[in-house]
Write a protein that binds this ligand. Structure first.
Ligand SMILES: Cc1cc2nc3c(=O)[nH]c(=O)nc-3n(C[C@H](O)[C@H](O)[C@H](O)COP(=O)(O)OP(=O)(O)OC[C@H]3O[C@@H](n4cnc5c(N)ncnc54)[C@H](O)[C@@H]3O)c2cc1C
Length: 437
């Protein structure tokens, strides 16, 4: 039997994973990436000896990413943060112990006694919450019914931000937020040695070993469709590549641009509200306050974390710190000074030991915020495009499982299931593979 010819568009972690899974399943896969290198938003840059991810990166230990990487035989190296203490809540410019467990809850001066009891009850009850019953409820509305004290609501909101990267709690579906909180409470996250480039390198190696052909600097302009069925794609230089199926692992707008005039895809792209963040990466020759490793904004959407305390990300003795502001849709441009002020509180004196820095005022963290209005995670576009035979999509905005990179991994796996398992059991049917096309 001729192998299915699959073209994957996009060489981020989602596209690479889909390519590797499909090639291991017997497909003849070519991956097209428009830039000169693989990785997409999972790339890591070396700056003066420090490894800068594109903003802070934490891989959920209990997420789909770890599951799918495991299937590919990739075991990310690194450490779970928080074990060395020095974890603070930042409120009104002051640091307080961040309540993360019974001991820190007791010793923290962030909340009064009643607040501590209510927060303990809220977090203790979280594993039993039926998240799927909350698809249509906003996280803010749900918190209002679940928590009576304003100060506890503020802490819960900060925990949602760090677990989901979303600061728009009044539109974020409580289903998505609660699932993220449950996952974070079940198992922490991993800071990866060498940055996420290590994941990109490992998945690329698996993909190449399985036979994936990679074309870089290869922008795909069009998906070619005949009688409702994908037959290939056309590159920016005019080259046509025949394929039985195309998997687009880019943004909603990328998918729509490749099928001009498709109103469904255009509507989906227009409706997708991205989640954004402003980031400041810092390489320091040493930490001015070695015990201050993490700060989470309570009365503002701030995050700061010394990632090198738990992962190899710079020279011996140096420190690689990520500072971030979770942006809402209403936010205007963020100034670098806003992020520096967080560092002034966590690590006063950091400017004197500064070696490298990089500021990004607005990065797209995920392409679609799962809203209550659209039914939460179930409202995201499906991996298989229903009205175009042989067209699939992968990304952090696709499918009903996970958020952030977990959604990219989960949707890659869903495409594998749709293309391989279904094809195996129903050889002549619905995908209408244009054999030999
Ligand atoms: C600041 C920040 C912090 C983050 N923190 C975390 C975190 O802590 N945990 C977490 O799980 N996730 C995090 N994320 C999200 C995570 O990085 C992304 O979800 C993930 O990297 C998405 O991978 P992807 O492959 O789906 O998309 P991308 O990485 O965006 O890859 C898409 C690729 O498609 C290519 N492409 C698009 N169109 C075309 C075309 N026409 N032709 C050829 N190629 C094309 C692009 O060049 C790109 O390389 C963060 C993101 C940011 C920005």
């Amino acid at each position: 039997m001729t192998a299915k010819k699959v073209a994957v568009v996009g060489g981020g972690l989602g596209g690479l994973t889909a390519a590797a899974l499909l090639a291991r399943g017997g497909c003849a896969v070519t991956l097209f990436e428009r830039s000169k290198h693989l990785g997409g938003r999972g790339q890591t840059s070396e700056v003066d000896g420090f490894k800068f991810n594109l903003g802070p990166r934490a891989l959920a230990v209990a997420g789909a990413g770890m599951r799918v990487l495991g299937r590919l035989g990739v075991k990310p190296q690194g450490h779970v943060p928080g074990q060395k203490g020095g974890t603070y809540a930042l409120r009104a410019g002051r640091l307080h112990t961040l309540p993360r467990g019974p001991v820190s809850l007791l010793t923290s001066d962030l909340l009064g006694l009643a607040g501590k009891l209510e927060l303990a009850r809220f977090l203790g009850g979280m594993p039993r919450v039926d998240a799927d019953a909350l698809e249509d409820v906003s996280m803010k509305a749900w918190l209002d019914t679940r928590v009576s004290s304003d100060e506890v609501r503020e802490v819960a909101g900060a925990l949602v931000r760090v677990a989901s990267y979303c600061a728009d709690l009044d539109v974020l579906s409580a289903q998505a937020a609660v699932r993220q909180l449950q996952q974070a409470l079940k198992a922490n996250v991993l800071y990866v040695d060498g940055g996420w480039a290590s994941l990109v390198t490992s998945v690329t190696a698996v993909a190449r070993e399985a036979g994936v052909r990679v074309e870089l600097s290869a922008k795909v302009d069009h998906v070619v469709v005949k009688d409702g069925q994908v037959v290939g794609l056309r590159l920016g230089d005019g080259t046509v590549h025949a394929a039985d199926a195309v998997v687009v692992a880019g943004a909603p707008g990328d998918v729509a641009a490749m099928l001009p005039g498709d109103e469904v895809l255009e509507r989906q792209a227009a409706a997708a509200t991205p989640v954004k963040a402003a980031t400041l990466e810092l390489g320091l020759s040493r930490l001015p306050k070695p015990q201050a490793l993490f700060a989470l904004g309570i009365d503002g959407p701030w995050y700061a974390s010394v990632h090198s305390a738990y992962a190899k990300l710079g020279p011996e003795g140096g420190a690689m710190v990520h500072v971030m502001k979770y942006l809402t849709e209403a936010d205007g441009p963020t100034s670098e000074a806003e992020l520096e002020a967080v560092m002034d509180t966590l690590q006063p004196g950091w400017r004197e030991v500064l070696v490298a820095r990089r500021f990004r005022p607005s990065l797209v963290v995920t392409h679609l915020l799962p809203t209550a209005k659209d039914g939460g995670l179930s409202g995201r576009p499906t991996p298989q495009v229903p009205h175009v035979g042989g067209l699939f999509r992968v990304g952090d905005w696709v499918g009903d499982e996970g958020m952030l990179v977990d959604a990219s991994f989960a949707s890659a796996e869903a495409v594998e299931h749709a293309l391989l398992r279904r094809g195996r059991h129903a050889a002549a049917e619905p995908l209408r593979m244009a054999a030999g096309a």
